[in-house]
Design a protein around this ligand. Sequence first.
Ligand code: NAD
Length: 345
Amino acid sequence: MKIREIRVPGYERVLVGSDEAAGYQGIIAVHSTALGPAVGGTRYWTYKTEDEAMTDVLRLARGMTYKNALAGLPFGGGKSIILRDGKAADREQLFRAHGRMVNSLAGKYFTAEDVGTSPADMEFILKETEYVGGLQGRSGDPSPHTARGVFRAMQAAAKHKWASDDLAGKTVAIQGCGHVGYFLAGELTRVGARLVITDVDAAKVKRVVDDHGATAVRPEEIYSVDADIFAPCALGGVLHDQTIPKLKASLVAGAANNQLLEPRHGDLLEQRGIVYAPDYAANAGGVINGCCREMLGWDIEKTLAKTDAIYDTLLRIFAMAEREKIPTCQAADKLAEERWQAART
Ligand code: NAD
């Protein structure tokens, strides 16, 4: 195994590793450990170039510092990538090699699942290092917790916009009925909200229609449906020049990462009077569950209370945005930076 350390301004550690026998090539970026050990998943993904992978891992690691700080977790931010080269890989060898890289950081960085990885992969990593979470039979599926946090973010946005967080009778348009979308639909029907839903997968749509009595529309129709709240729970980059003008909703709160195609789309939502619950504040329930249960040893009640506190964080973001006349996405960054910088001094 060859490990090379590279200096990247603004980042504490960046390691590039390779293990020819295992067919492994990976990068670990530790952005900050000011609040505690860096926590962030391992992404197994195909990139056109190593530079592209490096840009992605650096952006994601920094994002984790902000996300963990905003969630009030005693953890910093990091992320790692295993480059997928299209050849059939022995997953055990691959993830064990990654485990050795993680181990070389001696607890400065804890990994878990991310895009392209599963709890079974984390078990391989565990054979090489103790600095891994998201294991089978531990904190379980993060999706219901993510959905709960998104629901609390919606309630906070409603409180800010309509002076009441009661979602009974409100119509919510959910884009994406996968893991999070399904559980979010459950949270919403429980409080008497109406649902309009879509997914590119007909089976996912059917499940939510059957279980929660939702109305289904075609994927391209979801932006313009008559709804009070739009919940992006599929892909990132869905809020842009073409989709924002179509929205009839007054609030946007969902689980997808990087919902704004560009930061200026946060301003566009603001100009249209749409309250945007910043994605990484709203979708922190999963990371809260994983970190609190597996790393801090909290019980489920205490952990759920922490996820429920996403409501208070969102209210703080909305208040700051109003006070400082900035879009909510900027207020979220500012609040995260305040928490993170305070720990550095
Ligand atoms: P998932 O893959 O289970 O669900 C996504 C769903 O979106 C799928 O059913 C897919 O068919 C659908 N979809 C894809 N393209 C679509 C389109 N154009 N229109 C409508 N539907 C489309 O993923 P998930 O775990 O439910 O996560 C949803 C989003 O939330 C992702 O962006 C994910 O990164 C983010 N997120 C998830 C978690 C979690 O705990 N699972 C935590 C934080 C963030």
